[in-house]
Design a protein around this ligand. Structure first.
Ligand code: ADP
Ligand code: TYD
Length: 211
């Protein structure tokens, strides 16, 4: 399953509040300290298509669920192919990319509203062009997610209701099983302490960057 690239793409997945941004920040810091070239990034991106998605999420623009799913697929292709910030380009330069969400998020979040197979089709080019070296699924329950989101105390986003989180979580669990032979997915217990989750993730990443 190892890819023939100079850099590595490591994707973090999980429901909202699972600890992705906390871990990405700390892991990036550690890897930089260890002498690696690291870039952190996220989807939706901060590029033009990603900005449009955020405007829909904040209610400034209207977007049907089909439109949202399609915009995410387009934002992702831009995130892959762009000549400056595109991940293919950065991998060629030897960066370790830590990415907050990628195509598995699309499968989990959009299939609650529109057919799974259609979302899969929308993401075919991304899946065939740039498969991550590793997906790290940080596993917390929807109840835990709701509690953390409340504590975080920021604006609740479009998807952050318990019912929706349960549906997304259920889909993620299926996805982890469905893709176990074709994608390198590791599941990490996200209810452990931040330090313990960090150690587990770092060990997984070290196993592919020192090889
Ligand atoms: P995400 O990026 O996946 O939405 P965050 O990293 O923003 O998640 O974490 C959501 C909230 O949960 C933050 O307040 C964070 O401090 C807290 N948190 C993160 N990891 C843990 C953990 N292992 N145990 C308890 N709380 C955590
Ligand atoms: P954001 O606040 O950036 O991230 P997080 O909640 O993980 O800290 O919100 C991203 C939201 O976008 C999140 O609810 C999941 C959703 N999403 C999709 O619906 N489809 C996708 O393809 C991706 C990448 C994210």
């Amino acid at each position: 399953m190892m890819q023939n690239r100079k850099g590595k793409l490591i994707v973090f997945e999980g429901i909202d509040g699972s600890g992705k941004s906390t871990q990405i920040k700390n892991i990036a810091h550690q890897l930089e300290h260890d002498g690696f070239k690291v870039i952190t990034t996220a989807e939706p991106t901060t590029n033009p298509i990603g900005k449009t998605i955020r405007q829909i999420f904040s209610g400034k623009l209207e977007g049907d669920q089909h439109v949202i799913a399609t915009l995410f697929a387009a934002d992702r292709l831009d995130h892959i192919f762009h000549s400056e910030y595109g991940m293919l380009h950065l991998l060629d330069k030897g960066y370790i990319i830590l990415c907050d969400r990628y195509y598995l998020s699309s499968l989990a979040y959009h299939s609650v509203h529109v057919p799974y197979k259609w979302v899969l089709q929308l993401n075919t080019v991304a899946m065939q062009t740039l498969k991550p070296d590793m997906h790290i699924f940080i596993d917390i329950s929807p109840d835990e997610s709701m509690q953390r989101i409340h504590h975080r105390n920021d604006q609740k986003e479009l998807y952050e209701t318990l019912e929706n989180l349960q549906a997304v979580y259920h889909l993620y669990q299926h996805i982890v099983v469905d893709f176990k032979d074709t994608e390198n997915i590791v599941v990490v217990d996200g209810t452990a302490s931040k330090e313990s989750v960090f150690d587990t993730i770092l060990n997984h990443i070290k196993s592919i960057i020192s090889s």
